[in-house]
Ligand binder design. Structure first.
Ligand code: FEO
Length: 163
């Protein structure tokens, strides 16, 4: 069984992944409604991935005979006006998730719960990949700039990044 402290942190992480899934759905819908069809596909997929991250945590918490408090994310307060806002939101959110994963790893290490530490390594690696992806997308979008057919080229670039 996880300690009470770790149970609370695992539940917080479940909520964070659920919120990420919900917010990426919001980004996907904004993209689809604003002519960024390839970007929409990317964010629909990201939303599904975040849900899978949440489920992985739920299954692990249950396997450790601990309590999962299912919760719904708060309604999105995201204010998205441009595709650059979409990418910045993605990056900021991934940084938040990473900070939260690190807090979990710190606590599991302090408690010498090496089973949890090992389980969480997958999230450490995943966050490295997702933060790098988000940062790279911002850098490429900045290179493309905001002139002429930039909307088309940024959309293609996001679509090709695969996620
Ligand atoms: Fe599962 Fe990208 O956080």
């Amino acid at each position: 069984m996880l300690s009470e402290n770790l149970q609370n942190l695992f539940n917080a992480q479940i909520a964070i992944e659920n919120t990420a899934s919900y917010e990426y759905l919001h980004l996907a819908i904004w993209c689809a409604s604003n002519g960024f069809d390839e970007s929409a596909k990317f964010f629909f997929k990201q939303s599904d991935e975040e849900r899978s991250h949440m489920l992985k945590l739920i299954h692990y918490t249950l396997e450790r005979e601990s309590v999962v408090k299912a919760g719904y994310p708060a309604p999105s307060t995201l204010k998205i006006e441009t595709i650059f806002d979409v990418l910045q939101t993605f990056y900021d959110n991934e940084k938040k998730v990473t900070a939260s994963v690190y807090k979990l790893v710190d606590t599991a290490t302090e408690e010498r719960d090496y089973n949890a530490v090992q389980f969480l390594q997958w999230y450490v690696q995943e966050q490295h990949e997702e933060e790098t992806l988000a940062r790279t997308l911002i850098e490429k979008a900045n290179l493309i700039g905001r002139e002429g057919s930039y909307r088309y080229f940024i959309d293609q670039m996001i679509g090709k990044s695969g996620g």
